[in-house]
Design a protein around this ligand. Structure first.
Ligand code: GLV
Length: 322
C-alpha cells in the first residue's frame, strides 16, 4: 500500500522522525532557517499532511494550492500562524501540542520574572565586563519577589501553572481572563481583577494569552500608563500582544521598571533594534518550552496528529473540529 505523502518543515528529534517515516512518505526541509513560503506552497501541492512550526505562515492561499491536504500539524501549542478558520472550511484538520510544555513554559516565565527583578543579566555583564572590583552596598539593587503582587493575564494552562509557582514564593496573585474562573480562584489562591485594575495594582505582570485580533497590541501606551513605575512585564506568550514602540517608550522614560521578553515583535528581534539599547530589558530567543523533554514530547504529539490526520482519523490533539 502506498504511504501517504507529507511535508515536514524542519528536522525533528530522531524518535519522532522514525515513527513518521514508518507511516508516511516524508519529504523534509532539513535546514536551520524556515523554508520560504513559496517553497511550502510548492511542496504541499501533492501532500496529504503538513507538519509545521510557528515560524511558517500557513494561510488560505497555501491551502488552496494543496487539494489533497487533510491535516496541518503544528509543533507548538500556539497556532496564530495558521488560518484555522480557512482550514476548517476546507475540512483540513489542525493539531497542536498542548500540555507537555505547560510546566516548562511556566518555569521559564518565572525564571524571567526573577532574572528581571534581580537584574541577573546586568549582573552577569558587570562581572564579564571587568567591573567587579568591590562589594557594594547599593550595587545592582533589585526588587523583592516574595510578598509582591503578580498579575497574570490569561488563566489557561500556563497561566495557572505560573500562579502555582508564584504562590510558592508567597506572592499575592491576581488575574484577568476573558471569563472569570471562580472555581479556580480558591484552588489556586488567586483573585480576579478587571484588566485596568490589574495593571494598576500589580508589581509583576505576566502574559499567558493567545495572539488574536482581540489581544494584538493589548499592551499599548494606555496600558503602560496605568502600570506602576516599579512594574515588571514578562512576556512568554506572543510578541505582538505588546506594542514594541510603546514598550520602548515606557521603559526608556521609567513609566515601568523592566521587561523580560521571550517573544518579540518583530521576531527575531534585529540586533540593531532600539529595544536592545535599553539596560532595563531582557530578551531571549523564544525558548520558554525549550527543554529536551518538552520538545521531544511536542514532536511526538505532532507526529501522532499528522499520522492520524493523513488517515482521516480524529486527531489526538485537535485544534478544530472537522
Ligand atoms: C511556543 O511558543 C508554542 O506556542 O508552543
Amino acid at each position: 500500500m502506498m504511504k501517504p505523502k507529507v511535508f515536514v518543515t524542519r528536522h525533528l528529534p530522531e524518535a519522532a522522525m522514525q515513527k513518521l517515516q514508518s507511516a508516511c512518505e516524508v519529504e523534509i526541509w532539513d535546514e536551520e532557517f524556515p523554508p520560504p513560503y513559496d517553497l511550502i506552497v510548492e511542496k504541499v501541492a501533492d501532500k496529504a499532511g503538513l507538519l509545521c512550526l510557528l515560524t511558517d505562515q500557513i494561510d488560505v492561499n497555501l491551502m488552496a494550492a494543496a487539494p489533497n491536504l487533510k491535516v496541518i500539524s503544528q509543533v507548538a501549542v500556539g497556532f496564530d500562524n495558521i488560518d484555522v478558520v480557512a482550514a476548517t472550511k476546507r475540512g483540513i484538520a489542525v493539531g497542536n501540542t498542548p500540555g507537555v510544555l505547560t510546566d516548562a513554559t511556566a518555569d521559564f516565565a518565572f525564571t524571567l520574572l526573577m532574572a528581571a527583578a534581580r537584574r541577573v543579566g546586568e549582573a552577569i555583564d558587570y562581572v564579564r565586563d571587568g567591573k567587579w572590583e568591590t562589594w557594594g552596598l547599593t550595587l545592582l539593587l533589585g526588587q523583592e519577589i516574595h510578598a509582591a503582587t503578580l498579575g497574570i493575564v490569561g488563566l489557561g494552562r500556563i497561566g495557572r501553572a505560573m500562579a502555582k509557582r508564584a504562590r510558592g514564593f508567597n506572592m499575592k496573585v491576581i488575574y484577568h481572563s476573558r471569563s472569570r474562573k471562580p472555581e479556580l480562584e480558591e484552588m489556586l489562591g488567586v483573585e480576579y481583577r478587571e484588566l485596568d485594575d490589574l495593571l494598576r495594582e500589580a508589581d509583576y505582570i505576566s502574559l499567558h494569552l493567545n495572539l488574536s485580533d482581540e489581544t494584538r497590541g493589548l499592551f499599548d501606551a494606555r496600558a503602560f500608563s496605568l502600570m506602576k513605575p516599579n512594574a515588571i512585564l514578562i512576556n512568554t506568550a506572543r510578541g505582538p500582544i505588546v506594542d514594541s514602540e510603546a514598550l520602548y517608550l515606557a521603559l526608556k522614560t521609567g513609566q515601568i521598571a523592566y521587561a523580560a521578553l521571550d517573544v518579540t515583535d518583530p521576531e527575531p528581534l534585529p540586533v540593531n533594534d532600539k529595544l536592545l539599547t535599553l539596560p532595563n530589558l531582557i530578551v531571549v530567543p523564544h525558548i520558554a518550552s525549550a527543554t529536551v523533554a518538552s520538545r521531544t514530547q511536542m514532536s511526538q504529539m505532532a507526529v501522532r496528529n499528522l499520522i492520524a490526520g493523513v488517515h482521516g482519523e480524529k486527531l489526538p490533539f485537535p485544534v478544530n473540529a472537522v
